[in-house]
Design a protein around this ligand. Structure first.
Ligand SMILES: [Zn+2]
Length: 456
Protein backbone atom coordinates (compact mmCIF):
# COMPACT_ATOMS: atom_id res chain seq x y z
CA UNK A 1 0.00 0.00 0.00
CA UNK A 2 1.13 3.54 -0.73
CA UNK A 3 1.53 4.99 2.76
CA UNK A 4 2.86 8.32 1.48
CA UNK A 5 -0.81 9.33 1.32
CA UNK A 6 -2.79 9.08 4.57
CA UNK A 7 -6.43 9.97 5.12
CA UNK A 8 -7.89 9.97 8.64
CA UNK A 9 -11.65 10.46 8.55
CA UNK A 10 -14.81 10.62 10.70
CA UNK A 11 -12.92 11.76 13.83
CA UNK A 12 -13.73 14.43 16.40
CA UNK A 13 -11.13 16.90 15.20
CA UNK A 14 -9.32 19.21 17.61
CA UNK A 15 -7.00 21.36 15.47
CA UNK A 16 -5.48 23.50 18.31
CA UNK A 17 -5.12 26.38 15.86
CA UNK A 18 -5.91 29.97 16.82
CA UNK A 19 -9.70 30.18 16.81
CA UNK A 20 -9.97 26.59 15.58
CA UNK A 21 -13.01 25.02 17.14
CA UNK A 22 -13.77 21.35 17.65
CA UNK A 23 -15.08 19.77 14.43
CA UNK A 24 -17.63 17.06 15.26
CA UNK A 25 -16.77 14.89 12.28
CA UNK A 26 -13.64 15.86 10.41
CA UNK A 27 -10.80 14.56 8.31
CA UNK A 28 -7.12 15.17 7.65
CA UNK A 29 -5.18 14.28 4.52
CA UNK A 30 -1.38 14.08 4.57
CA UNK A 31 0.94 13.52 1.63
CA UNK A 32 4.67 12.81 2.04
CA UNK A 33 4.51 13.68 5.73
CA UNK A 34 2.83 17.05 5.25
CA UNK A 35 -0.77 17.89 6.17
CA UNK A 36 -2.43 19.03 2.94
CA UNK A 37 -6.08 19.29 3.89
CA UNK A 38 -8.14 19.60 7.08
CA UNK A 39 -11.92 19.78 6.96
CA UNK A 40 -15.39 18.84 8.15
CA UNK A 41 -17.54 16.05 6.71
CA UNK A 42 -16.31 13.51 4.19
CA UNK A 43 -12.77 13.68 2.81
CA UNK A 44 -12.28 14.10 -0.93
CA UNK A 45 -12.12 10.80 -2.82
CA UNK A 46 -8.59 9.43 -3.10
CA UNK A 47 -7.66 6.45 -5.23
CA UNK A 48 -4.56 5.51 -3.31
CA UNK A 49 -3.23 5.75 0.22
CA UNK A 50 -3.83 4.49 3.75
CA UNK A 51 -7.28 5.21 5.19
CA UNK A 52 -7.64 5.34 8.97
CA UNK A 53 -11.12 5.31 10.50
CA UNK A 54 -11.35 7.92 13.24
CA UNK A 55 -14.84 7.04 14.50
CA UNK A 56 -15.10 7.22 18.31
CA UNK A 57 -11.74 8.97 18.51
CA UNK A 58 -10.33 12.46 18.90
CA UNK A 59 -7.85 13.47 16.20
CA UNK A 60 -5.42 16.05 17.54
CA UNK A 61 -1.79 17.15 17.33
CA UNK A 62 0.69 14.86 19.08
CA UNK A 63 1.73 15.99 22.55
CA UNK A 64 5.00 17.87 23.06
CA UNK A 65 7.18 16.75 25.98
CA UNK A 66 9.26 19.90 26.41
CA UNK A 67 11.65 18.53 29.05
CA UNK A 68 12.80 15.03 29.87
CA UNK A 69 15.82 12.77 30.41
CA UNK A 70 14.75 9.63 28.59
CA UNK A 71 17.34 7.08 29.88
CA UNK A 72 16.15 7.82 33.44
CA UNK A 73 13.32 5.31 32.97
CA UNK A 74 16.02 2.90 34.20
CA UNK A 75 16.00 4.82 37.52
CA UNK A 76 12.26 4.91 38.25
CA UNK A 77 11.60 4.99 41.99
CA UNK A 78 15.27 4.51 42.93
CA UNK A 79 15.80 7.64 45.08
CA UNK A 80 12.48 9.21 45.91
CA UNK A 81 12.79 10.57 49.43
CA UNK A 82 15.87 12.79 49.29
CA UNK A 83 16.14 16.61 49.47
CA UNK A 84 16.78 18.16 46.04
CA UNK A 85 20.57 18.64 46.19
CA UNK A 86 21.14 15.20 47.80
CA UNK A 87 18.95 13.64 45.08
CA UNK A 88 20.88 15.51 42.39
CA UNK A 89 24.18 14.20 43.78
CA UNK A 90 22.91 10.63 43.45
CA UNK A 91 21.74 11.26 39.89
CA UNK A 92 25.14 12.74 38.93
CA UNK A 93 26.83 9.76 40.61
CA UNK A 94 25.20 7.47 38.03
CA UNK A 95 27.82 8.82 35.59
CA UNK A 96 30.45 6.63 37.32
CA UNK A 97 28.62 3.52 36.08
CA UNK A 98 26.75 4.69 32.96
CA UNK A 99 27.79 3.29 29.58
CA UNK A 100 26.43 3.78 26.03
CA UNK A 101 24.38 0.54 26.14
CA UNK A 102 22.55 1.74 29.28
CA UNK A 103 21.81 5.04 27.55
CA UNK A 104 20.70 3.42 24.29
CA UNK A 105 18.43 0.86 25.98
CA UNK A 106 17.01 3.37 28.48
CA UNK A 107 16.43 6.05 25.85
CA UNK A 108 14.64 3.60 23.56
CA UNK A 109 12.32 2.59 26.43
CA UNK A 110 11.77 6.26 27.31
CA UNK A 111 10.86 6.95 23.67
CA UNK A 112 8.51 3.96 23.64
CA UNK A 113 6.70 5.17 26.76
CA UNK A 114 6.37 8.69 25.35
CA UNK A 115 5.13 7.38 22.02
CA UNK A 116 2.56 5.01 23.53
CA UNK A 117 1.23 7.96 25.55
CA UNK A 118 0.69 10.16 22.51
CA UNK A 119 3.89 12.24 22.66
CA UNK A 120 5.28 12.96 19.20
CA UNK A 121 8.08 15.41 20.13
CA UNK A 122 10.53 15.03 23.00
CA UNK A 123 13.10 17.55 24.21
CA UNK A 124 15.88 15.41 25.62
CA UNK A 125 17.87 17.55 28.04
CA UNK A 126 21.11 15.58 28.04
CA UNK A 127 23.62 16.21 30.83
CA UNK A 128 25.27 13.02 32.06
CA UNK A 129 28.23 12.42 29.77
CA UNK A 130 31.09 10.34 31.22
CA UNK A 131 32.42 10.36 27.64
CA UNK A 132 31.20 11.46 24.22
CA UNK A 133 29.67 8.05 23.40
CA UNK A 134 26.68 8.33 25.74
CA UNK A 135 25.23 11.33 23.89
CA UNK A 136 25.87 9.52 20.58
CA UNK A 137 23.85 6.56 21.90
CA UNK A 138 21.00 8.82 23.06
CA UNK A 139 20.80 10.54 19.66
CA UNK A 140 20.83 7.16 17.94
CA UNK A 141 17.96 5.89 20.11
CA UNK A 142 15.79 8.96 19.45
CA UNK A 143 16.50 8.69 15.71
CA UNK A 144 15.56 5.01 15.74
CA UNK A 145 12.34 5.62 17.69
CA UNK A 146 10.76 7.67 14.92
CA UNK A 147 9.87 10.50 17.33
CA UNK A 148 10.62 14.13 16.62
CA UNK A 149 13.43 15.20 18.92
CA UNK A 150 15.19 18.24 20.27
CA UNK A 151 18.52 17.06 21.64
CA UNK A 152 19.81 19.59 24.17
CA UNK A 153 23.38 18.52 24.85
CA UNK A 154 24.19 20.56 27.96
CA UNK A 155 27.43 21.12 29.87
CA UNK A 156 28.67 20.89 33.46
CA UNK A 157 32.12 22.43 34.06
CA UNK A 158 32.18 22.85 37.83
CA UNK A 159 30.42 21.88 41.09
CA UNK A 160 31.26 19.84 44.20
CA UNK A 161 28.59 17.25 43.48
CA UNK A 162 29.58 16.69 39.82
CA UNK A 163 31.81 13.62 39.37
CA UNK A 164 35.13 14.31 37.62
CA UNK A 165 34.24 11.95 34.77
CA UNK A 166 31.32 14.08 33.65
CA UNK A 167 32.86 17.53 34.20
CA UNK A 168 34.11 19.13 30.97
CA UNK A 169 35.92 22.33 30.10
CA UNK A 170 33.82 24.51 27.77
CA UNK A 171 36.37 23.86 24.96
CA UNK A 172 36.11 20.05 25.30
CA UNK A 173 32.32 20.16 25.51
CA UNK A 174 31.97 22.50 22.51
CA UNK A 175 34.21 20.22 20.40
CA UNK A 176 32.15 17.17 21.41
CA UNK A 177 28.87 18.91 20.57
CA UNK A 178 30.20 19.97 17.16
CA UNK A 179 31.30 16.38 16.56
CA UNK A 180 27.85 15.09 17.58
CA UNK A 181 26.06 17.46 15.21
CA UNK A 182 28.33 16.76 12.25
CA UNK A 183 28.06 13.01 12.88
CA UNK A 184 24.27 13.29 12.71
CA UNK A 185 24.48 15.38 9.54
CA UNK A 186 26.73 12.77 7.90
CA UNK A 187 25.11 9.54 9.16
CA UNK A 188 21.45 10.40 9.50
CA UNK A 189 19.01 10.06 6.63
CA UNK A 190 17.46 13.34 5.41
CA UNK A 191 14.23 12.35 7.23
CA UNK A 192 16.12 11.78 10.49
CA UNK A 193 17.98 15.06 10.18
CA UNK A 194 14.71 16.89 9.65
CA UNK A 195 13.22 15.28 12.76
CA UNK A 196 16.13 16.06 15.07
CA UNK A 197 17.38 19.49 16.07
CA UNK A 198 20.09 20.35 18.58
CA UNK A 199 20.46 22.69 21.50
CA UNK A 200 23.07 23.25 24.18
CA UNK A 201 23.04 24.99 27.56
CA UNK A 202 24.44 25.17 31.06
CA UNK A 203 22.87 22.19 32.86
CA UNK A 204 21.86 23.58 36.26
CA UNK A 205 23.34 27.04 36.80
CA UNK A 206 24.95 28.06 39.05
CA UNK A 207 25.35 24.62 40.73
CA UNK A 208 27.42 23.22 37.86
CA UNK A 209 28.09 26.15 35.50
CA UNK A 210 30.99 28.55 36.01
CA UNK A 211 30.86 32.21 34.94
CA UNK A 212 33.39 31.30 32.22
CA UNK A 213 31.02 28.70 30.76
CA UNK A 214 28.08 31.10 30.94
CA UNK A 215 30.13 33.78 29.20
CA UNK A 216 30.98 31.47 26.30
CA UNK A 217 27.88 29.38 25.81
CA UNK A 218 25.61 32.07 24.35
CA UNK A 219 28.25 32.79 21.66
CA UNK A 220 28.59 29.08 20.90
CA UNK A 221 24.81 28.65 20.56
CA UNK A 222 24.50 31.73 18.34
CA UNK A 223 27.45 30.68 16.17
CA UNK A 224 25.75 27.33 15.41
CA UNK A 225 22.19 28.76 15.35
CA UNK A 226 21.11 26.31 18.03
CA UNK A 227 18.98 27.12 21.06
CA UNK A 228 19.59 26.76 24.78
CA UNK A 229 18.00 24.54 27.43
CA UNK A 230 18.78 24.86 31.15
CA UNK A 231 17.38 23.74 34.51
CA UNK A 232 16.37 27.02 36.16
CA UNK A 233 15.34 27.71 39.76
CA UNK A 234 13.95 24.24 40.30
CA UNK A 235 14.24 24.33 44.09
CA UNK A 236 14.64 27.01 46.75
CA UNK A 237 18.08 25.54 47.52
CA UNK A 238 19.35 26.50 44.04
CA UNK A 239 18.18 30.08 44.54
CA UNK A 240 19.95 30.16 47.92
CA UNK A 241 23.21 29.09 46.27
CA UNK A 242 22.70 31.78 43.61
CA UNK A 243 22.29 34.46 46.28
CA UNK A 244 25.35 33.29 48.18
CA UNK A 245 27.69 32.65 45.26
CA UNK A 246 26.56 35.08 42.60
CA UNK A 247 25.09 37.95 44.57
CA UNK A 248 21.92 37.84 42.46
CA UNK A 249 18.34 37.55 43.74
CA UNK A 250 17.49 34.62 41.46
CA UNK A 251 18.70 32.27 38.74
CA UNK A 252 17.02 34.15 35.87
CA UNK A 253 18.62 37.40 37.04
CA UNK A 254 22.00 35.63 37.22
CA UNK A 255 21.61 34.18 33.70
CA UNK A 256 20.58 37.57 32.32
CA UNK A 257 24.07 38.84 33.27
CA UNK A 258 25.38 36.46 30.58
CA UNK A 259 22.68 37.04 27.97
CA UNK A 260 21.39 33.45 28.31
CA UNK A 261 17.65 34.30 28.20
CA UNK A 262 16.27 34.70 24.68
CA UNK A 263 13.65 33.50 22.24
CA UNK A 264 15.71 30.37 21.51
CA UNK A 265 16.05 29.46 25.21
CA UNK A 266 13.85 27.14 27.28
CA UNK A 267 14.15 27.24 31.06
CA UNK A 268 12.94 24.01 32.64
CA UNK A 269 11.00 24.35 35.93
CA UNK A 270 11.29 28.08 36.79
CA UNK A 271 9.56 27.28 40.09
CA UNK A 272 11.28 29.91 42.24
CA UNK A 273 11.23 33.03 40.06
CA UNK A 274 10.34 36.51 41.31
CA UNK A 275 7.79 38.84 39.67
CA UNK A 276 10.74 40.84 38.27
CA UNK A 277 12.21 37.67 36.77
CA UNK A 278 8.85 36.77 35.19
CA UNK A 279 8.96 40.16 33.44
CA UNK A 280 12.52 39.38 32.31
CA UNK A 281 11.35 36.04 30.87
CA UNK A 282 8.49 37.75 28.99
CA UNK A 283 10.62 40.67 27.74
CA UNK A 284 13.28 38.32 26.34
CA UNK A 285 10.65 35.90 24.92
CA UNK A 286 12.29 33.07 26.89
CA UNK A 287 10.20 29.87 27.08
CA UNK A 288 9.53 27.81 30.19
CA UNK A 289 8.91 24.09 30.52
CA UNK A 290 6.57 23.46 33.45
CA UNK A 291 7.11 19.98 34.93
CA UNK A 292 4.46 19.69 37.65
CA UNK A 293 4.68 15.96 38.47
CA UNK A 294 8.45 16.11 38.94
CA UNK A 295 8.12 19.30 41.03
CA UNK A 296 5.60 17.54 43.28
CA UNK A 297 7.67 14.34 43.53
CA UNK A 298 10.79 16.25 44.62
CA UNK A 299 8.85 18.62 46.88
CA UNK A 300 10.20 21.59 44.90
CA UNK A 301 7.17 23.87 45.08
CA UNK A 302 4.54 25.13 42.62
CA UNK A 303 5.67 27.16 39.60
CA UNK A 304 3.90 30.51 39.10
CA UNK A 305 2.32 29.33 35.84
CA UNK A 306 -0.74 31.59 35.96
CA UNK A 307 1.49 34.60 36.61
CA UNK A 308 3.85 33.63 33.77
CA UNK A 309 0.97 33.16 31.33
CA UNK A 310 -0.53 36.51 32.36
CA UNK A 311 2.84 38.16 31.66
CA UNK A 312 2.98 36.57 28.20
CA UNK A 313 5.67 33.93 28.86
CA UNK A 314 5.58 30.93 26.49
CA UNK A 315 4.94 27.88 28.71
CA UNK A 316 5.16 24.27 27.55
CA UNK A 317 4.85 21.08 29.60
CA UNK A 318 7.38 18.38 30.41
CA UNK A 319 7.43 15.12 32.29
CA UNK A 320 11.08 15.54 33.36
CA UNK A 321 13.08 12.33 33.77
CA UNK A 322 11.48 9.24 35.26
CA UNK A 323 13.92 9.45 38.21
CA UNK A 324 11.69 12.26 39.51
CA UNK A 325 8.27 11.47 38.07
CA UNK A 326 8.34 8.21 37.78
CA UNK A 327 6.75 8.07 34.32
CA UNK A 328 6.50 9.97 31.06
CA UNK A 329 2.73 10.47 30.91
CA UNK A 330 1.83 13.85 29.38
CA UNK A 331 -1.92 13.38 29.99
CA UNK A 332 -1.15 13.02 33.70
CA UNK A 333 1.13 16.07 33.39
CA UNK A 334 -1.70 18.16 31.90
CA UNK A 335 -4.06 17.17 34.70
CA UNK A 336 -1.44 17.91 37.35
CA UNK A 337 -0.68 21.29 35.75
CA UNK A 338 -4.35 22.23 35.86
CA UNK A 339 -5.03 21.01 39.41
CA UNK A 340 -1.86 22.46 40.95
CA UNK A 341 -2.70 26.00 39.84
CA UNK A 342 -6.23 25.62 41.23
CA UNK A 343 -4.73 24.53 44.57
CA UNK A 344 -2.06 27.24 44.61
CA UNK A 345 -4.58 30.01 43.99
CA UNK A 346 -7.50 28.33 45.81
CA UNK A 347 -9.53 29.21 42.74
CA UNK A 348 -11.19 26.54 40.54
CA UNK A 349 -11.42 28.94 37.60
CA UNK A 350 -7.85 30.22 37.64
CA UNK A 351 -6.72 28.17 34.61
CA UNK A 352 -8.73 27.13 31.58
CA UNK A 353 -8.43 23.53 30.26
CA UNK A 354 -8.01 24.85 26.72
CA UNK A 355 -4.96 26.78 27.91
CA UNK A 356 -3.56 23.61 29.49
CA UNK A 357 -4.11 21.65 26.28
CA UNK A 358 -2.34 24.42 24.37
CA UNK A 359 0.64 24.09 26.72
CA UNK A 360 0.72 20.36 25.95
CA UNK A 361 0.59 20.93 22.17
CA UNK A 362 1.05 24.17 20.22
CA UNK A 363 2.59 26.26 23.02
CA UNK A 364 5.07 23.46 23.73
CA UNK A 365 5.97 23.42 20.04
CA UNK A 366 6.56 27.21 20.10
CA UNK A 367 8.60 26.83 23.30
CA UNK A 368 10.95 24.48 21.41
CA UNK A 369 11.14 26.65 18.29
CA UNK A 370 8.96 24.19 16.36
CA UNK A 371 5.78 26.27 16.16
CA UNK A 372 5.82 26.29 12.36
CA UNK A 373 6.54 22.53 12.17
CA UNK A 374 4.11 20.79 14.54
CA UNK A 375 1.82 21.31 17.54
CA UNK A 376 -1.42 21.91 15.61
CA UNK A 377 -3.43 20.28 12.84
CA UNK A 378 -3.24 22.61 9.85
CA UNK A 379 -2.25 22.44 6.22
CA UNK A 380 1.47 22.91 5.66
CA UNK A 381 2.60 21.45 9.00
CA UNK A 382 4.23 18.05 9.39
CA UNK A 383 1.72 15.28 10.11
CA UNK A 384 2.48 14.67 13.83
CA UNK A 385 -0.96 13.40 14.81
CA UNK A 386 -2.63 11.20 17.40
CA UNK A 387 -5.99 9.49 17.69
CA UNK A 388 -7.32 9.21 21.25
CA UNK A 389 -9.98 6.55 21.86
CA UNK A 390 -12.73 8.25 23.87
CA UNK A 391 -15.16 5.32 23.91
CA UNK A 392 -14.01 4.53 27.44
CA UNK A 393 -15.92 4.34 30.75
CA UNK A 394 -13.70 7.06 32.25
CA UNK A 395 -14.33 9.41 29.28
CA UNK A 396 -18.03 8.89 28.48
CA UNK A 397 -20.40 10.60 28.15
CA UNK A 398 -18.79 13.66 26.60
CA UNK A 399 -19.85 17.08 27.86
CA UNK A 400 -16.66 19.05 27.26
CA UNK A 401 -14.13 17.22 25.14
CA UNK A 402 -11.27 19.65 25.90
CA UNK A 403 -11.68 19.51 29.68
CA UNK A 404 -12.10 15.74 29.50
CA UNK A 405 -8.88 15.35 27.48
CA UNK A 406 -7.06 17.27 30.21
CA UNK A 407 -8.78 15.74 33.24
CA UNK A 408 -10.09 12.28 32.18
CA UNK A 409 -7.93 10.92 29.35
CA UNK A 410 -5.08 8.52 30.08
CA UNK A 411 -1.92 7.75 28.16
CA UNK A 412 -3.31 4.28 27.45
CA UNK A 413 -6.28 5.81 25.58
CA UNK A 414 -3.96 6.79 22.71
CA UNK A 415 -4.79 4.48 19.83
CA UNK A 416 -2.76 5.74 16.87
CA UNK A 417 0.40 7.85 16.55
CA UNK A 418 1.90 9.39 13.41
CA UNK A 419 5.14 11.37 13.29
CA UNK A 420 6.17 13.10 10.08
CA UNK A 421 3.35 11.22 8.34
CA UNK A 422 4.72 7.83 9.37
CA UNK A 423 2.45 5.52 11.38
CA UNK A 424 4.38 4.52 14.54
CA UNK A 425 1.48 2.97 16.47
CA UNK A 426 -1.94 1.75 15.34
CA UNK A 427 -4.61 0.12 17.54
CA UNK A 428 -2.01 0.51 20.39
CA UNK A 429 0.35 -1.78 18.54
CA UNK A 430 3.80 -0.37 17.82
CA UNK A 431 4.52 -0.89 14.17
CA UNK A 432 7.91 0.82 14.18
CA UNK A 433 9.78 0.04 17.44
CA UNK A 434 9.82 -3.59 18.62
CA UNK A 435 8.08 -3.26 22.00
CA UNK A 436 9.08 -6.65 23.46
CA UNK A 437 12.71 -6.29 22.47
CA UNK A 438 12.84 -2.70 23.80
CA UNK A 439 11.50 -3.87 27.19
CA UNK A 440 13.90 -6.82 27.46
CA UNK A 441 16.89 -4.69 26.51
CA UNK A 442 16.00 -2.03 29.08
CA UNK A 443 15.51 -4.63 31.83
CA UNK A 444 18.97 -6.07 31.12
CA UNK A 445 20.52 -2.58 31.03
CA UNK A 446 18.91 -1.68 34.37
CA UNK A 447 20.30 -4.85 36.01
CA UNK A 448 23.78 -4.15 34.69
CA UNK A 449 23.67 -0.47 35.68
CA UNK A 450 22.59 -1.28 39.25
CA UNK A 451 25.41 -3.81 39.61
CA UNK A 452 27.99 -1.27 38.49
CA UNK A 453 26.62 1.63 40.54
CA UNK A 454 29.00 2.95 43.22
CA UNK A 455 27.83 2.76 46.85
CA UNK A 456 26.42 6.03 48.27
ZN1 LIG B 1 15.25 17.85 34.24
Amino acid sequence: MDESVIIISDATLLPMTVGGNVIESGYVTAIDGVIVEVGAGDPPAMERGLRIDGRGKVLMPGLINAHTHLYQVLLRAVWEDLPFLAWLKRIYGVAEALNPEHVLAGTLLGCLENLKGGVTTVCEHNFLNPGPECAVAAVEAISRSGLRGVFARTIMDTGDIVPDCTRETPETAFARIEELMSRQRLNGSPEESRRLTFRTGPNTPPINASPDLLREIRGFADHHSIGISAHVAESASVVEVTRRQCNRAGVVAHLADFDIPGEDAIFAHSVHVSPEEIVQLADTNTAVSHNPVSNMMLGDGIAPVVEMLAAGVKVGLGSDGAASNHGQDLFETMKAASLLQKVKHQDAGVIDPHQVLRMGTIDGAHALGLGSVCGSVEAGKRADLILVDIQKPHFQPVNDVVSQLVHCAKATDVDTVLVDGKVLMRGRECVWLDEGETLRRAQAARRDLMERMPAA
